[in-house]
Write a protein that binds this ligand. Structure first.
Ligand code: HEC
Ligand code: HEC
Ligand code: HEC
Ligand code: HEC
Length: 478
């Protein structure tokens, strides 16, 4: 953000469409303690990064209204929600909108919240109003005071489209729907609908050239002018080459040269005409506004800003501390827990080693065998954000049981990316020794559970599987 700022030196606004603090609308109770610490770290980082405003998204309320209100009090930026109001007096619980002067432009910003099960906030004295009952008045109030109006919307894309069609005076809609994709801004009515991929994996930035017309688009004249100028450059070049090559007398008799000269004069007068036309349009406030959009991948390898990095490291340390005490309660000691293996679907690598010596020795040399150790080295072995990818556990099964703290109570034989991560649960196979009771070659979807784009951008199944493929005990049949 600092670099973009340096590059352009233009006044700016830093906004977020919401769903900032938590990954889901509802969190399993076991996750809550660690997730709250992460949320506090996010607020601190956003304060440092100088954010202007964030919409209250449904995920931001995952730890309750009270928690978010505490975070709002600690935020140097404004949390916006025009439609989350007090049940008893109808007053908004967060600021509905905000006006910021950006250079010489007044920008109005509105926030909209969307909650699937809003009734669960009733006991916290909150109700969610539909956008139709709050936006018309708010937009009418803001329009005379603002040159540009931005909506930070947590609503579904369909709802946002309806908003765009209903209000010509909302110029940009920044969406926070829970899809991972970046969406290049699309014009609907007079609103640019923009969206950056979820969970802070991208930074979207938009360079806006806002004009008095308050409308988006290209004028034909702007495009035509650029084309004519390009054409003129070409003609001037060709004329120059001919003039260097031929004598003046010869040129007089050269028909194509004469034609080029005529074209040059024609283009020049057309360009002057278009430039005058554009000048008039600008003077009368009819030039459409334009924008340029970019998405920047916030790759895990991208170095953190030093001050933000301090906050991130401190937050991770606190998360691990809390995890450590949770694990103590769950009965896990330094090297594993009391959770009996019989209760789990996995049996652990030692059980396989007996019959598959070569493969076990091979696996022990791969990084997978050290995956948990890598967390220990970073003092992150109790962080529920890391564990699922660094141990032997079928994330989905644990999700179904609804309690992620299982990751905090895994016994030692599962504290690596072990055999069964790739070959599937092996209890039946150990008992029967039947090849049919186990998978042989892990499918790409297994790898991608952990080798996600954010964690391993370079992952290439065809090449990478060869690096970790266990040796055949017998020559393989093709
Ligand atoms: C008691 C001995 C024994 C144990 C323990 C054992 N296996 Fe096997 N495994 C076998 C035998 C026997 C075969 C079949 C060899 C054959 O017929 O090709 C086999 C085959 C396999 C195959 C190849 C399957 C195929 O389709 O070709 C894989 C993969 C495998 N085992 C993984 C494991 C894993 C993972 C574990 C631990 C969870 C494990 N085995 C535990 C004996 C064992
Ligand atoms: C979505 C799965 C996933 C999550 C979540 C995850 N990791 Fe990893 N991690 C990986 C994968 C995959 C690799 C190997 C990447 C590679 O080979 O380039 C890796 C590698 C590592 C490494 C060793 C490689 C290196 O960077 O030097 C460390 C250390 C590590 N992760 C720590 C963590 C910590 C700490 C967390 C939690 C804050 C975490 N990981 C969360 C998947 C994950
Ligand atoms: C990261 C994934 C991964 C892990 C972890 C892993 N394997 Fe494998 N394993 C493979 C792949 C890939 C192959 C090759 C399959 C093929 O193409 O035939 C393989 C093949 C095998 C085979 C079949 C060998 C043959 O005769 O063809 C056995 C047995 C086996 N692994 C056992 C193990 C055991 C035991 C462990 C743990 C100590 C283990 N694997 C860990 C990916 C893995
Ligand atoms: C449960 C999560 C998980 C799954 C599933 C997984 N990996 Fe990994 N993988 C990791 C982690 C974590 C590391 C980094 C370990 C470390 O350095 O601490 C890693 C490292 C690697 C490496 C580099 C290490 C080396 O020894 O060269 C390769 C290659 C790799 N994985 C390939 C695969 C392939 C191919 C698959 C699918 C067959 C797969 N992985 C499945 C988590 C996983």
């Amino acid at each position: 953000m600092e670099e973009i700022q340096k590059l352009h030196g233009l006044p700016d606004l830093t906004l977020d469409g919401g769903n900032l603090l938590f990954k889901q609308e509802r969190l399993a109770p076991g996750l809550l303690m660690q997730a709250k610490i992460t949320a506090e770290g996010i607020v601190e980082s956003y304060n440092l990064m100088g954010y202007d405003a964030v919409a209250v998204g449904r995920n931001d309320l995952a730890a309750g209204l009270g928690f978010l209100q505490d975070q709002a009090a600690a935020s140097k930026f404004t949390w916006l929600s025009a439609n989350l109001v007090s049940k008893s007096n109808g007053e908004p619980l967060f600021s509905p909108s905000l006006i910021r002067k950006v250079g010489d432009i007044s920008v109005g910003i509105i926030g909209l919240t969307d909650i699937k099960e809003a009734q669960r906030f009733q006991e916290e004295n909150a109700v969610l109003l539909p956008w139709k009952s709050v936006l018309p008045k708010l937009v009418a109030d803001l329009t005379p005071k603002c040159d540009l109006l931005i909506l930070l919307s947590n609503n579904e894309p369909k709802q946002n489209e309806e908003i765009a069609t209903s209000f010509t005076d909302i110029h940009i809609i920044i969406q926070s729907t829970p899809s991972a994709r970046n969406i290049v801004p699309q014009l609907k009515n007079n609103s640019l609908m923009a969206k950056t991929g979820k969970q802070g994996k991208y930074l979207g930035w938009m360079l806006v050239n806002w004009q008095k017309s308050k409308t988006w688009g290209h004028t034909g004249a702007v495009k035509e002018l650029a084309l004519k100028k390009q054409e003129l450059d070409g003609i001037i070049g060709r004329i120059g080459r001919l003039e260097r090559r031929e004598k003046k007398e010869d040129l007089e008799a050269n028909a194509s040269y004469q034609k080029l000269v005529v074209t040059r004069e024609q283009l020049l007068s057309e360009i002057i005409f278009l430039e005058n036309e554009l000048y008039d349009l600008k003077e009368s406030g009819q030039i459409p506004s334009t924008f340029e959009n970019n998405f920047i991948t916030l790759d895990i390898n991208l170095p953190d800003q030093p001050e933000v990095e301090k906050i991130v490291n401190l937050t991770k340390k606190r998360v691990n501390q809390v995890g450590r005490s949770q694990a103590k309660v769950a009965g896990r000691t330094v090297s594993g827990s009391l959770l009996p293996l019989e209760k789990l679907i996995f049996t652990g690598w030692q059980a396989c080693a007996e019959c598959h010596k070569d493969q076990t020795e091979f696996w022990q040399k791969t990084d997978h065998a050290e995956a948990y150790q890598s967390l220990v080295e970073q003092d992150q072995q109790f962080n529920l954000d890391c564990l699922p990818c660094h141990v032997t556990a079928e994330y989905k099964d644990i999700k179904i049981s609804g309690d992620d703290t299982v990751f905090l109570s895994l016994p030692a034989p599962l504290l690596q990316v072990g055999c069964e991560v790739c070959h599937g649960p092996g209890k039946d196979h150990v008992a029967s020794q039947k090849p049919t009771a186990i998978y042989r070659r892990p499918h790409i979807t297994i790898c991608l559970r952990c080798h996600t784009t954010e964690r391993d951008e370079m992952f290439n199944y065809t090449n990478d599987i060869e690096k970790i493929a266990c040796p055949a005990s017998l020559p393989r049949e093709e």
